[in-house]
Design a protein around this ligand. Sequence first.
Ligand code: GLY
Length: 413
Amino acid sequence: MKPLLCFVVAAGLTAYTTFTEKDFVSSNTGFAQRQLKHMLKETEMRDSLAFPRTTDAAGKMTTTSMYDWTPGFFAGSLWYGYELTKDPALQQQALRWTEKLQPLQYFTQHHDLGFMMYCSYGNAYRLTGNKAYRDVLVQGARSLSTRYNPVTKSIKSWNAFKSWHGEQLYRYPVIIDNLMNLELLFFASRETGDTSFRHIAVSHAEAAMRNQIRPDYSSYHVVCYDTINGKVLARETAQGYADNSTWARGQAWGIYGFTMIYRETKEARFLKTAAGMADWYLNSKNLPKDKVPYWDFNAEEKGYTPGVRSNTLKVKTKYRDVSAAAIVASALFELSGYVDANKGAKYRQAAIEMLHTLGSPAYRAQEGANGNFILMHSVGSIPHNNEIDVPLVYADYYFMEALQRYKQSLGIF
Ligand code: GLY
C-alpha cells in the first residue's frame, strides 16, 4: 500500500515515451474515477453496510458483509481514486466507506484484518494523518495478534480447513495470502514502539519461507500445522488446482508479501524470496505472452491431480486471473526499486507491460458495464465453484495502486 518514489531515469521505459505514458495514466485514472462514481450511485440503492465485491450472472454488482475478507478494498479504491485525481467527492466517499469498518478493529474470527483494515484505514491514515485512524489500526493489529501461536510460529488463517481429498479437517491452516496481513503488524510496531507486533510478523514470515515456499520459489497455498509440536501436518490447496500446483494469486500474494516484508525489515533473505518468486512467475513457461496468468500455473497439466471433492475436476477452461496480474504489477513496481539496476529495469518493464495489458480493451471494461468494476476476467475460487471469470473488487484495488505507483515514479503529481 506504500507509495513509491522512484526516478524516471531508472525507468527502463524502452517501449514507451513519457508523454504517451502520461496520457496512459491520465486516461486510466479518468476511467477509474468515472467507474467509481457509477458504482457509488449503485451502492446508494443498496444496504449501507453492503460492500461491493463482484457481479452476478446478469452482470449486476454483488456485495458482502463487512466480515468477509474484502470489505476494505472499496474504501481503498476510493482512496486511490482520490490520490490519483484529488477529487474531493472521492475523498468524502472514501472517508465514509472507511469509517463503516470501524467495528472490525475488534474482529478476531479470521486472519484477514490486514486486508480489511490496512487497505481502508491504512490509506485513510496515510492520506489524512488523522490520529483516530491510527488508533483503529493499532487495535486491529492487537486483534490480529490474538491468532498467533508461538508453537506453530504462525498466525492461524482460518479456524478450520477441510481437505479436498475427503473428510480430513485441519484446525491450524495457514495460507500464503496471510503474508499480506503482516503489513498491519509492522505498522503497529512502528507506531507504538511495541516490538511484539513485529516479532509476530517476522516469525510468521520465516515460517512461511520455510514451509510454504518450494525450493524453486513456487508456492503451496495451505500449510496445516500441529499445535502440539508445531510440525507441518499437510501442504494442500484450497483455491488452486492441486496440492503440488502453483495457484496464480497465491504466488502473487507471495511476491507482494515478501517485497513488503523486505521493505519493513531490510533483511536480504526476504528480498531473495520476493525476487525468487517474481522470477519464477515471470519465467514460467506457462505464463501467457500478455503476462495475465491462468488461474493456476499448472491447471490441466500432467502430474497435477485435484482432490476428489474439488469443483476443479469439472472445469476444463483455463481461465485467466486478472487479480493476480494486478497484484504482481503493483508489487513489481516496488520490488524494482530494491534490486540491482538490471533486474530492476526488468521488473519495472514487466510491471508497465502488465498495466498496459490490464488497461486494454481485452481486460478493462466499457464504462458503465461490468457492474461498474474496472477490470474483467478474474477468478475467486474454481475449486469452490465461486466467482469464475468475473470482476473482483481487489483486482481493481491493486490495479489502481499500481497506477498510482507508476504515476508517482513518472514524476506526475
Ligand atoms: N485471500 C483470499 C483470496 O485471495 O482469494
